[in-house]
Design a protein around this ligand. Structure first.
Ligand SMILES: [Zn+2]
Length: 627
């Protein structure tokens, strides 16, 4: 047993002894009913019957939300709070320090209090941007609509949940249905842990797709809801890809840690974009027309494989600092480069192995990721580990100066680190072992119902050494803690490729530029710019930065002519055979100025190029594990 884990267990033991001082539930379930009929106007109405004893009690609203890794419980949306006992109102008070905590005095002779709350769901759906409901769709995350007694372990509290849906809407969830009466649904009682881990999606336009063959277990189902009926048309090719995704995860991990699995997939331009992982489901929102439009299909290909891979990497195996006993206990995100970084790597590899991405698309995406990270000026001062500790500050910020501040880089940089680990294992063992073997050892084991097996940095190193002996601790400490060096491109080199730049568009960047209506000159001039001329970000140290440009300024004209992406592209090309700087007329909040950008190196779009004298390990990595 490692020292960090021992300290953690001591801590949990201390925590457990505190909660035995205040056992207010006596093993009884909290009844929770959520009226979702107002979902189209983004307000949910919840009622709870909470077993209680007389005297002062404290109820809490979930604060630290699993998968968000930060105190993102939507407390600002919690409204209409009313408490009663035997029909008489009870006065409650919010804690003066902890806004997520409420105190109430229960009168003598009372064994249950009634608590009603509303959740305004116009923002922060499942920790993502945007609303949880629309005219046709809703997403219920139970943490937004409930209170529970302070100090208990979420495993030890039972909820008996039920919902009322808008008339005629159909739903999907991993929860077990006890009874359906019209638009009322009663679910079987579950622990608070399982409840918060089991969101419900519902909609007017709904389709259920079986991904497992009849009689095969565990059952995998895709529950789709969309803005319109036509968005639900899944092609036979996509159906085959998602079926293959299920098979590929079985072959990769060698065990499944759930009784059944629901892919809850919302296709919408109206509700907030997010992907949130759970043990027995994932709650993912992708653009409407994702199943119909090849560009959207490519851009969103990694989403569902990523969230599905989390069932093993993140939910079953979880960093000890993120395996907290309830939702008020702060999380420690130091190992998010494993939790999210390895999942990013596996998600994209699984997307390719399943046929959701082609080899060429996979490589273009990897090239773009590597180029973006290689231009992160902020790695001069901020280590990757510091991005994991800063998740609550970095998560919802805009793109201005993101290259200097850095962002949630443990996702994409984790992908590069785990590619490097995979290529080293393959080199060290002459192709006999790979990261697939690590995953089987680390995430496999016995199949069965969901549970959490926490791990530390040392556990990762230990299993890597079992897979292939190497100085993993040194390599990973360097990758996670170092500052002032370029992006870790060793995995690209080690797998027989190199990152190059030329004037051919990168598939992924080109698709994103068209979709999000911006033009990207990040790796040439040093900025990306919106269609209205607004600079999104300016890379510190780039020619544009040296000239004095910054994000938020607005580009008006290029060499004396009104700006457009086409004109700027043509100017960059022409500048290669000119010794004159590029003159950019820029508006900075009502004031105009011309900036001279000294740049003659042409367009720079990232791609991967084969290194012919090295074996193509990337091709081996991308080979499906199933026929
Ligand atoms: Zn994730």
């Amino acid at each position: 047993m490692h020292s960090a884990r021992r300290a953690r267990l001591r801590y949990i033991a201390a925590f457990t002894s505190v909660l035995f001082l205040a056992p207010i539930l006596n093993g009884q379930a909290i009844r929770l009913h959520v009226d979702l009929t107002d979902a189209p106007r983004n307000i949910y109405h919840a009622q709870m019957q909470i077993p209680a004893h007389s005297g002062e009690i404290s109820l809490v609203f979930p604060k630290w939300i699993p998968g968000n890794h930060r105190p993102s419980g939507p407390i600002a949306g919690l409204t209409g709070i009313q408490m009663e006992a035997t029909g008489h109102p009870l006065a409650w008070q919010r804690d003066p320090v902890e806004a997520y905590e409420f105190h109430v005095t229960v009168p003598p002779g009372v064994s249950t209090i009634d608590v009603s709350v509303d959740a305004i769901t116009s923002q922060d759906s499942a920790g993502g941007g945007g609303p949880a409901g629309s005219a046709n769709i809703l997403d219920l995350n139970w943490n937004a609509v409930l209170l529970y007694p302070k100090g208990v372990r979420s495993d030890d509290v039972t909820f008996a949940p039920s919902i009322t849906l808008p008339a005629g809407w159909k739903f999907g969830t991993a929860l077990e249905v006890a009874r359906i009466t019209g638009d009322e649904v009663d679910f079987s009682p579950v622990s608070l842990t399982t409840l918060i881990d089991s969101p419900v999606i519902a909609g007017v336009h709904y389709r259920k797709i079986e991904l497992t063959k009849p009689g095969e277990g565990p059952v995998h189902v895709m529950d789709l809801v969309a803005d319109s009926e036509s968005d639900l048309a899944m092609s036979p090719r996509d159906l085959a890809a998602y079926q293959k995704l299920v098979a590929e995860t079985g072959a990769l991990f060698g065990a499944r840690h759930y009784r059944h699995y629901n892919f809850l997939l919302t296709l919408s331009g109206q509700v907030g974009r997010h992907g949130l992982e759970h043990h027995e489901s994932n709650d993912s929102v992708s653009s409407e027309r994702t199943l119909l439009d090849p560009t959207l299909r490519m851009l969103n290909a990694g989403l569902v494989p990523h969230e599905f891979a989390h069932s093993w990497n993140g939910k079953y195996r979880r960093p000890a600092g993120l395996a907290t006993p309830n939702y008020q206990e702060p999380m420690i995100g130091d190992l998010l480069w494993v939790y999210e970084g390895l999942t990013d790597y596996l998600g994209n590899v699984l997307a390719e192995r399943s046929g959701l991405l082609t080899d060429a698309q996979y490589r273009e995406q990897l090239a773009e990721t590597a180029a973006m990270l290689d231009h992160r000026a902020g790695r001069k001062w901020r280590s990757l580990e510091d991005t994991t500790r800063s998740v609550q500050m970095l998560r919802m910020l805009g793109p201005q100066w993101a290259n200097w501040r850095r962002s949630l880089d443990y996702y994409p940089e984790g992908e590069l680190i785990w590619l490097e680990v995979d290529s080293i294992i393959r080199q060290q063992t002459n192709g006999q072992r790979s990261l697939n073997d690590f995953c089987k050892r680390f995430h496999g084991g016995e199949s069965g119902p969901s549970r959490v097996v926490p791990y530390t940095f040392d556990d990762i190193v230990h299993t890597l050494n079992e897979t292939a002996p190497y100085d993993w601790a040194k390599l990973l400490h360097e990758r996670v803690n170092a500052t002032g060096v370029g992006a870790p491109l060793g995995g690209i080199a080690g797998s027989g490729w190199k990152l190059v730049y030329d004037d051919k568009p990168n598939l992924f960047r080109q698709a994103l530029e068209r979709l999000a209506k911006f033009a990207d000159f990040s790796y040439s001039l040093g900025f990306s710019v919106q269609q209205d001329g607004r600079f999104v970000d300016v890379i510190v140290g780039s020619p544009a930065y040296q000239a004095g440009l910054g994000p938020g300024m607005r580009l008006v004209a290029v060499n004396g002519r009104k700006w457009s992406p086409e004109i700027l592209h043509a100017t960059v090309k022409a500048a290669q055979s000119s010794n004159q700087p590029i003159e950019l007329l820029v508006e900075n909040a009502q004031f105009f100025k011309t900036y001279s950008v000294d740049y003659q190196d042409g367009e720079k779009n990232p791609h991967l190029e084969r290194v012919s004298d090295r074996p193509d390990l990337l091709a081996d990595i991308l080979k499906p594990l199933t026929p």
